[in-house]
Design a protein around this ligand. Structure first.
Ligand SMILES: [Zn+2]
Length: 277
């Protein structure tokens, strides 16, 4: 749970924060009819889909390749943020895995964003005091920077964060994404729609999950965050959900037709295998 009590939601939009990350409203939020024409404009807007891939680490390289193959197939590279665990379990610093770093560099060159997800992901590591947060952040940033990345966004492992740690992160110019809020570097916070549908779902729930995801996306204004965990999403049902939902968003946003061939799906999975040798 977030323990932070940052206030000032009405604050100005800070420089450097993509507008796509701002201006969310809860589904079914009350309209403000006093603003001339705003209802019409909003009714025609499509929510921006932002995909948050959690737990990006060498442990899940194969699972990530499978998931990102699907995301690339539907053209959402630029909308996908990869939250890297710099030293998973305290014994997997990413720079000890040059193939994995090369994999991340390739993804970055294709438009994917490389961001920070804690340091070792052990327990509620960022639900801690100021000094400990400073230390973990320093180590995490250094590991990423040594690999050639400078993150702008941070998701605390297990969404667990103390107010002290939040202030440390913000003071290092990191925008912090939580389960229900985004914390901007100017000290303001905003509610967000951040959903996960692919946590070890059984096959019979795919249609139900798809239906709720599509409804939620359609009712969201601003940004719709889709969270994905590798491994948890890598079963038949999770992959089917991902394909169908991305297909839906692509059609809904652009009015473009299906990417699927008339003879069935042609999802290019494992397209990054060539970089992993
Ligand atoms: Zn995590």
């Amino acid at each position: 749970m977030f323990m932070a009590t940052v206030s000032g939601i009405q604050g100005e939009k800070p420089l450097g924060i993509p507008s796509k990350f701002l201006g969310n409203e809860e589904p079914n939020a009350e309209h403000k009819p006093s603003e001339l024409g705003s209802d019409i404009t909003q009714a025609q807007e499509r929510a921006e889909l932002i995909i948050l891939v959690h737990d990006v680490s060498p442990v899940y390289e194969n699972e990530l390749k499978e998931l990102l193959g699907i995301i690339s197939h539907y053209g959402f590279q630029n909308e996908t943020y990869l939250f890297v665990i710099p030293n998973h379990g305290g014994k997997m610093p990413i720079n000890d895995y040059p193939e994995f770093v090369a994999f991340l560099r390739n993804l970055s060159s294709e438009g994917y964003h490389v961001e920070l997800h804690g340091y070792d992901h052990i327990g509620d590591e960022f639900n801690c005091g100021r000094g400990e947060a400073e230390r973990r952040l320093y180590l995490g940033l250094k590991e990423l920077e040594d690999a050639g990345f400078v993150p702008e966004y941070f998701i605390p492992p297990r969404y667990s964060l103390s107010e002290d740690a939040l202030n440390v992160l913000l003071s290092h110019n990191l925008t912090v994404i939580g389960k229900d809020f985004i914390y901007l570097t100017n000290g303001t916070m905003k509610p967000i729609i951040n959903r996960e549908y692919t946590w070890y779902i059984p096959r019979f729930l795919v249609d139900y999950q798809l239906e709720s995801a599509e409804e939620s996306y359609k009712n969201t204004k601003g940004t719709f965050f889709l969270s994905i965990h590798p491994k948890a999403a890598n079963n038949e049902a999770g992959l089917e959900f991902l394909r169908k939902f991305l297909e839906f968003v692509r059609k809904y946003k652009t009015g473009l037709g299906s990417l699927e061939s008339p003879n069935g799906p042609v999802v290019e999975e494992h397209r990054y295998q060539e970089h992993s040798e």
